[in-house]
Design a protein around this ligand. Sequence first.
Ligand code: ADP
Length: 240
Amino acid sequence: MPIEVKNINKSFISKKNDQLSVLKDINLNIDDGELVCLLGPSGCGKTTLLRLIAGLDQPTSGEIIANGEKVVEPSGDRAVIFQQYSLFPWLTVLQNVTFGLEMTNKGSKEENIETAERYLTRVGLIDFKDSYPHELSGGMKQRVAIIRSLLNHSPILLMDEPFSALDMQNRHKLQEQLIGVWKRFENTIVFVTHDVDEAVYLADKIVIMDKNPGRINKIIEVDIERPRKRDSKEFIALQE
Ligand code: ADP
């Protein structure tokens, strides 16, 4: 069981010195290799829960166990991917993407370049592989950064609305890339979204959260063998 969320409560002190309860009695088990979406309206505590799993903040009470150890601080095993990204300005697009692959020393240099080129081709950026970040538009930079994060081989990926600023076409492409990476590397992924279609497309398990204070309302287990084609009968049925 790589992630166990046990009786988590989280409060913040507001500017007026009131106690603001943001998460209440959250219990959740995330299995090895599972792709879990946290779904709920803005302000229900999704980011707060993700930050606790990442070790970026501590719960008021309760505990989180990741890979058998209590989470007390951030760790390289749990990569966090936010909506804002940064690329290394002194590296080309291709070098930015192979950077993560090379860090983990898996595969030869040629294999890493081949993998990076394949993913850049799929998101339509192969012609820019030798460009530097300042030569790209904001959306292009974002796509490069997402590919780089997806390929960094972290066993646990914690993703906070990573695609929400992209247009529909690129959003769909990157959702497909994410599924491709996840199937290949079998990472455990916790993905925050407020978009039902996105959760239904991606998730093995959808955790639906309520507001005031944030609680888990319902957990839907999705058939992982389902076709992920957006126009399939199974997919349309799931959205209803
Ligand atoms: P979501 O990701 O579901 O939109 P958040 O986890 O970002 O929700 O926020 C949940 C609630 O917690 C919001 O009301 C937000 O204002 C509050 N909150 C989040 N972080 C802090 C903080 N550091 N201090 C005070 N309030 C916070």
